[in-house]
Ligand binder design. Sequence first.
Ligand SMILES: Nc1nc(=O)c2c([nH]1)NC[C@@H]1CN(c3ccc(C(=O)N[C@@H](CCC(=O)O)C(=O)O)cc3)C=[N+]21
Length: 305
Amino acid sequence: MTARILDGIAAAADVKNDLRRRVDDLSREGVVPGLGTILIGDNSASRSYVLGKHRDCAEVGVVSASIELPADSTVDDIEAAVERFNRDPTVTGFIVQLPLPTGIDEQRILEAIDPRKDADGLHPMNLGRLVLGVDRAGVDSPLPCTPVGIVELLTRNGVELEGRRVTVVGRGITVGRPLGLILSQKGIDATVSIAHSRTPDLGEEVRRADIVIAAVGRPHLIRPEWIKPGAAVLDVGVTRVGTTSTGKARLAGDVDPGVAEVAGWLSPNPGGVGPMTRAMLVANVVQMAERSHRSAAGDPHVALR
Ligand SMILES: Nc1nc(=O)c2c([nH]1)NC[C@@H]1CN(c3ccc(C(=O)N[C@@H](CCC(=O)O)C(=O)O)cc3)C=[N+]21
């Protein structure tokens, strides 16, 4: 038996179809959602990710703006770019592409973003609301894109989370940490373990799981013999492991290819979680445009802060 595919390209297309309708509704009210991206330095992988984000926006009628800064930019230069997007009414949500050049205080930059425009959901106010499990006056704050994309990919394929045991491998701030919080939330009700590079027996943690999510960036770390037969396995990490004969980057996921023979469901990499991450970014931008429009229209239940 071989695992069924959790097709992120197909699920992202469905998400974008839903978004297109919401964007059309907004446009009838004269509102156009806008994504901003800030890219610092000349990292070709980062540039191609950012281009993909602009392409996704164009597909659903969301406009986008980009700021590119040189690799030797100072914290002040980057904060000035953040400030520009904070003030720009055509940008309803924006991101600062990570990682930042070495020596730049990432936390300081993330905190400079207006939390109402935080399309990545990585501002401490939004992460704090996730920890607390609160939303203000029925308004959800933006959530990190990859974790929400993972939940959508599973639920759209009919993979149940309630009552399931999930092992998340990785505790990073963009995936593992917030994913653990989201999966254990009321209404989702999975039982979550967070494993990481210092977990003494990773195989033991993975063996118990109905759902395994690997987000560490260690090629083929997750072994077929660790997988409970029929489990759902999501491969999030990517590592460059060399170059092909044509000079393209050779990439490897966190999940050993042999896992496909044991798992019930497998998200490919590429073509799994990545496209969902991008779709959820567009979703956050659209949601923020809806919220700021309703709040400008005087609905007291949507004014944040
Ligand atoms: N502020 C910030 N927000 C991010 O969300 C963010 C970031 N910084 N820094 C880097 C990581 C990485 N990331 C990816 C998203 C989608 C794909 C993706 O769609 N990948 C395709 C293949 C890539 C391609 O075809 O070029 C796939 O998996 O099928 C990859 C990587 C977002 N990140």
